[in-house]
Ligand binder design. Structure first.
Ligand code: CUA
Length: 177
């Protein structure tokens, strides 16, 4: 198992465990095991107690929004100067990457277009690990910035079903020192 898959597996297992415990706590809190128990719950006091939680949730969401807003558009938060511009043209069923040789360690700004239908531009390293992917659309230029750390051969795979030969829509480019 590669490190990314292991991280994902551990993270998902932790989330499932937390969710299972939460469900058990909720289930236990809503089931009374006493017979003929009189309901003495002070609902007014509980309703009052919900207000701070409501404002806490709103404040937390606002904080999350404000602290992540500058990262939009996704993947385009690198400095503009010194970037390498790479144009990617897609069509059923091929990729044209210009230039086809890219320098390592310098941010690459991909500008991607499609001549026909939607495609999915996914870049894998030579260990078949997915580095990033972005949707490519007709009549629109998509942008993504990525810095290749290691020189080598990289593979492009289409991850959006685009027709009968979708599975053959692969390409390569080289990253050099
Ligand atoms: Cu292009 Cu699938």
């Amino acid at each position: 198992m590669n490190p990314t898959a292991l991280t994902i597996t551990i993270a998902y297992s932790a989330v499932v465990l937390v969710a299972a415990v939460a469900i058990l706590i909720v289930w236990r809190s809503t089931h009374s095991f006493e017979r003929n128990r009189k309901d003495t719950t002070n609902t007014h006091r509980l309703a009052e107690g919900e207000k701070p939680w409501f404002f806490f949730a709103v404040a937390a969401l606002a904080l999350l929004l404000l602290s992540t807003l500058t990262f939009i558009p996704y993947g385009d938060n690198a400095k503009a100067e010194g970037q390498q511009a790479v144009a990617v043209e897609s069509q059923q069923f091929a990729w044209t990457v210009t230039p086809s040789t890219i320098r390592a360690g310098v941010p690459v700004r991909f500008a991607l277009t499609s001549k026909d239908v939607n495609h999915g531009f996914a870049v894998y390293n030579d260990r078949n690990i997915l580095l990033f992917q972005i949707q490519v659309l007709p009549d629109h230029t998509s942008h993504i910035v990525y810095t290749f750390k290691e020189p080598g051969r990289y593979q492009v795979v289409c991850l959006e079903f685009c027709g009968v030969n979708h599975h053959k829509m692969v390409g390569t480019f080289r990253v050099e020192e």
